[in-house]
Design a protein around this ligand. Structure first.
Ligand code: NDP
Length: 315
């Protein structure tokens, strides 16, 4: 049978390119989990995806109710779940004030980390039940959260500290809206959320890989300087960033190529190793990359898991 894969944020950028790559291969039915149905439908059509290869289902990761609703809707379809790809993200590098999810968590961490954490936890049973030969849970990471790289050292650097802000609920009311308890910084909040994504992937691996055989992976697909992720950046940045990445850092990768990379992590028989953070070299060959000290901190991962469980209502 065809595999069923859920891709969050498949209405643009990397998610759309991945959905397209998977649909074209003919081996996958893609559930596009998106907050804007019409945008997703137009996007799927614009890249020529055939109707029988995808289904759009509503998911707003900035609302835990919506996450629960999505999970119920998916379960009601009776389809198996073979691979889950947590790809959606928001990035607010120029925001002066924090914005918040429906439950009052700072938006970047609330969407990118907490929304995906609840989604993965609620769908985990389905992955366990699937009889597909290679079941996978993939969370898109980023180089920017990795302080062992040049890009990860551009200030403000990711730093979760002792998680005191997260423990306080990230509400920004009487407590901080930042995980480490500091002043709001939109660029840092995004990087922090990506560190959370990478920590949670490894925590899943430690808790469940042996027992279930499920592959847990993260990746940095390269700098896809043209996606909507940079939509809130200042116009000059948006103008100069793609050529800068193309010609100076040479880290630039097209949406199409990045989509093929993520599609490999979904279905390539050679990428079944669990607990790995994949990257690609200049010849577009995949390799197991190293995570920064913070992103591979076992104790922090465990604590992040426990605090996050409380915030999303699982504990
Ligand atoms: P895009 O902005 O193009 O895509 C992000 C997607 O997330 C969009 O489809 C967006 O939906 C969706 N999204 C945002 N908020 C929500 C929400 N509340 N509920 C549901 N969906 C939501 O950016 P990219 O394609 O670049 O980003 C995809 C992933 O790649 C992210 O995880 C990002 O961190 C990662 N990444 C990107 C890099 C890059 O250079 N661009 C580098 C490294 C990692 P909508 O279409 O409705 O806006």
């Amino acid at each position: 049978r065809k595999g069923t894969v859920i891709v969050t944020g498949a209405s643009s950028g990397l998610g759309l390119a991945t959905a397209k790559a998977l649909a074209e291969g003919g081996k996958w039915h893609v559930i596009m989990a998106c907050r804007d149905f019409l945008k997703a439908e137009k996007a799927a059509k614009s890249v020529g995806m055939a109707k029988e290869n995808y289904t759009i289902m509503h998911l707003d990761l900035a609302s835990l109710d919506s996450v629960r609703q999505f999970v119920n809707n998916f379960k009601q379809t009776g389809q198996p779940l073979d691979v889950l790809v947590c790809n959606a993200a928001v990035y607010q590098p120029t925001a002066r004030e924090p914005s918040f999810t429906a439950e009052g968590f700072e938006l970047s961490v609330g969407t990118n980390h907490l929304g995906h954490f609840l989604l993965s936890r609620l769908l985990f049973d389905d992955l366990v039940k699937s009889d597909y030969p290679s079941r996978r849970l993939i969370i898109v990471g980023s180089i920017t959260g990795n302080t062992n790289t040049l890009a990860g050292n551009v200030p403000p650097k990711a730093n979760l500290g002792d998680l005191r802000g997260l423990q306080g609920g990230l509400s920004g009311l009487n407590t901080s809206s930042m995980i480490d308890g500091g002043e709001f910084d939109g660029a840092k909040a995004y990087k922090d959320s990506k560190v959370c994504n990478m920590l949670i992937m490894q925590e899943f691996h430690r808790r469940f890989h042996e027992e279930t055989g499920i592959t847990f992976a993260s990746l940095y697909p390269g700098c896809i300087a043209t996606t909507g992720l940079f939509r809130e950046h200042i116009p000059l940045f948006r103008l100069l960033f793609p050529p800068f990445q193309k010609f100076i850092t040479k880290g630039f990768v097209s949406e199409e190529e990045a989509g093929k990379r993520l599609a490999q992590v979904v279905s390539d028989p050679s990428l079944t190793k669990s607990g790995v953070y994949w990257s690609w070299n200049k010849d577009s060959a995949s390799f197991e990359n190293q995570l920064s000290q913070e992103a591979s901190d076992v104790e922090k991962a465990r604590k992040l898991w426990e605090v996050s469980e409380k915030l999303v209502g699982l504990a």
